[in-house]
Design a protein around this ligand. Structure first.
Ligand code: SIN
Length: 528
C-alpha cells in the first residue's frame, strides 16, 4: 500500500482546511485531501458573510452578548470571547490574500444584518461571500511549494495507535475516487476540516459533500462528540421543485424582507418581538408551525418594497436565481421552507482544535468549540472557521510533534473477501431511508416516540451498512452512507439524552428549558 508522508494532513478544503494549510505552510509539508474538487464545500455556498466587529459603535461585548443570547445558555463564554476578539485580525489576513469585502461609496465597509444580531456586523462580498473567500484561498494556497492538494481523495478512516494508555492519530486511509486505489497518508498532525452534515436530512441547503465524514471518522476513532442534537434549520430555502438546495440568505430579511403567508400577511410578530429577524431556531419553528397548522407546503418572504434597483445591486445572485425559477423578487412573494443548514455540535475541541485524541484536530463546522451553544448566531461560522484554523496552526507549531518517519507505520489496508458490489440499489435505498427517517422523526419538532422510532430504524440501517461495508469494495457512495448513518445515530442519541427544550432542540415531551445548562457529550464508539 502506498503511504504518503507529510507534516500536516488536512482533510477538507473549505475555509477551515485551506486557511489552516495557508497558516501551516511556512512550517512544513502540508497535504490537503478533498473528496471531490477543491471548491466542493459548504464555504463555497455561504451567502450572508462573516460576522466581525467593524464599526466604531460596535464592540466585542455586543457581539459576544448576541452570540450568547442566540446560543440559549449553552455557549462556552471563553470560546466565544476568544473567537470574536480574533475576528478583525483574521479579516485583515483575508484582505491581505486579496479578498475584497463590499464597501459603501464613502469607502467604509458595507455591513449586512442577520437574525439575532443587534446591529449591522456582517462583512460580505456581494451575496456570494463564500465563493469569493474560497476562490481567494484556492489562489493563496495553489502556488505554495509546501502545499499539495489531492482532489478526488476520500478519507475512509483515521488510523490510531495506543501508546502509554493514550490514543494517538497517525494518519488516515484514503480512497482515490477516480482510480479506486486505497492508500494512506501518515502525519503526526491530522486536521479534520470536513465541514457539515446537512445530507443527514432529506431537505437541506448544503451541497452533496456535506456528509459528516470527519465527525463519523473521529467518533469511530474514539473522539468525544458534543451537542449533536442542535442541528440548525435555515428558515428560508427556496421552495421550488427544480431549485436544489438554494438558500435565500438571511441578509434578505436583514434588508427588510418580512415572512408572510400567500396573501402577504406577516406572521412573525406573533412569535417574537424581533419579528422576521429573531434567531433562527425561533423563526424556523414558527414557519414549521404555520405550515403544519394551515396545511401548507411553504410560507413566503416579501421584499417587493425594496424595488428592482436595490435588489439587483445588493442581491445580484439571489435575484438572478429566483428569476430563473420565474420569481421576480421585486414583484412576487418568494416561496420558502426551512431546511437543514448547520450542525452546531461536532467533535469536542478547544478553540485551537485539540480533541481528546493526541495528534487529531478538528476545525470549522465539524468541530464543537463551544461558540454556538444550542443555536448558532448567523454568520459566526465562517468567522469560527478562519479564527480556529489560525489558532490551531499556532498551537501545532508551538507544540513540536514527532517526525512522521519515526512513527509506527500505518498497517496495510485489509481487503479481505470484499468484491465489487452488484447491488448498488441497496446504497441508494439506504441513503434515502436515513434521510427521510431523520427528516420525519428528528426534525424541527421532536417527541420521545419519534426519537425511539428513528433510533430503531437507524440502528437497523447501521447494521446492514456495516455488513455491506465488509462484503463489498469501498466506494465513495458507501463511505458517505456509512458516515451519514453514524451521524444520524449521534444526533438521535444526543437528542434522547436532552430532557428539555433549548435552542434548536425542541421536544413536545419536555417543552421547558431546564435551569441548568448542560452539554451532551458522547464518548466511545458504539458498534452497530
Ligand atoms: C445566510 O446567508 O442566511 C446564511 C448565513 C449563515 O448561515 O451564517
Amino acid at each position: 500500500m502506498k503511504i504518503l508522508h507529510c507534516d500536516y494532513l488536512i482533510i477538507g478544503s473549505g475555509l477551515a482546511g485551506l486557511s489552516a494549510a495557508h497558516y501551516l505552510a511556512p512550517h512544513g509539508k502540508v497535504l490537503v485531501v478533498t473528496k471531490r474538487e477543491k471548491n466542493d464545500c459548504n464555504t463555497n455556498f455561504a451567502q450572508g458573510g462573516i460576522s466581525c466587529v467593524t464599526l466604531a459603535e460596535d464592540t466585542f461585548e455586543k457581539h459576544i452578548a448576541d452570540t450568547l443570547d442566540a446560543g440559549a445558555g449553552l455557549c462556552d463564554e471563553n470560546a466565544v470571547r476568544a473567537i470574536v476578539e480574533d475576528g478583525p485580525a483574521r479579516m485583515d489576513d483575508l484582505r491581505a490574500m486579496g479578498l475584497e469585502f463590499d464597501t459603501r461609496p464613502d469607502g467604509t465597509p458595507d455591513l449586512g444584518r442577520e437574525g439575532g444580531h443587534t446591529m449591522r456586523r456582517i462583512l460580505h462580498a456581494g451575496d456570494i461571500t463564500g465563493r469569493h473567500i474560497e476562490q481567494t484561498l484556492i489562489e493563496a494556497t495553489a502556488s505554495h511549494p509546501n502545499i499539495t492538494i489531492l482532489e478526488h481523495t476520500h478519507a475512509i478512516d483515521l488510523v490510531t495507535v495506543r501508546e502509554n494508555g493514550k490514543t494517538t492519530c497517525i494518519g488516515a486511509y484514503l480512497l482515490g475516487t477516480k482510480t479506486g486505489e486505497i492508500f494512506s497518508a501518515q502525519s503526526a498532525c491530522t486536521i479534520l476540516a470536513t465541514g457539515g452534515a446537512g445530507k443527514v436530512y432529506l431537505y437541506t441547503c448544503n451541497p452533496d459533500v456535506a456528509t459528516a465524514g470527519g465527525l463519523a471518522m473521529a467518533w469511530r476513532a474514539g473522539a468525544e462528540i458534543r451537542n449533536m442534537e442542535f442541528f440548525q434549520f435555515h428558515p428560508t430555502c427556496l421552495y421550488h421543485p427544480e431549485a436544489k438546495n438554494f438558500l435565500i440568505s438571511e441578509a434578505v430579511r436583514g434588508e427588510g424582507a418580512e415572512l408572510c403567508d400567500a396573501d402577504g400577511v406577516p406572521f412573525m410578530h406573533r412569535y417574537d418581538r424581533r419579528g422576521s429577524l429573531a434567531p433562527r431556531d425561533i423563526v424556523a419553528r414558527a414557519i414549521d408551525h404555520e405550515m403544519k397548522t394551515r396545511g401548507l407546503p411553504c410560507m413566503y418572504l416579501d421584499i417587493r418594497h425594496k424595488g428592482v434597483g436595490f435588489l439587483t445591486r445588493r442581491f445580484p445572485n439571489i435575484y438572478r436565481e429566483c428569476l430563473r425559477f420565474g420569481i421576480d423578487m421585486a414583484k412576487d412573494l418568494i416561496p420558502i421552507v426551512p431546511a437543514a443548514h448547520y450542525c452546531c455540535g461536532g467533535v469536542k475541541t478547544t478553540v485551537e482544535g485539540c480533541t481528546n485524541i493526541d495528534g487529531l484536530f478538528a476545525i470549522g463546522e465539524v468541530a464543537s468549540t463551544g461558540l454556538h451553544g444550542a443555536n448558532r448566531l448567523a454568520s459566526n461560522s465562517l468567522l469560527e472557521a478562519i479564527v480556529c484554523a489560525h489558532k490551531c496552526a499556532e498551537w501545532i507549531t508551538s507544540h513540536p510533534r514527532k517526525d512522521p518517519h519515526n512513527m509506527p507505520p500505518i498497517p496495510a489496508w485489509v481487503y479481505g473477501d470484499a468484491v465489487p458490489s452488484d447491488e448498488l440499489v441497496v446504497v441508494n435505498h439506504n441513503w434515502d431511508e436515513v434521510r427521510t427517517c431523520m427528516w420525519d422523526y428528528v426534525g424541527i419538532v421532536r417527541t420521545n416516540k419519534r426519537l425511539e422510532r428513528a433510533l430503531h430504524r437507524i440502528e437497523n440501517l447501521r447494521h446492514e451498512i456495516r455488513q455491506y461495508y465488509f462484503d463489498y469494495s469501498v466506494t465513495s457512495e458507501l463511505l458517505e452512507l456509512r458516515n451519514i448513518a453514524d451521524a444520524a445515530y449521534l444526533i438521535i442519541q444526543c437528542a434522547m439524552q436532552r430532557k428539555e427544550s433549548r435552542g434548536l432542540h425542541y421536544t413536545l415531551d419536555y417543552p421547558e428549558r431546564s435551569s441548568e445548562p448542560k452539554d451532551t457529550v458522547i464518548s466511545g464508539y458504539t458498534r452497530p
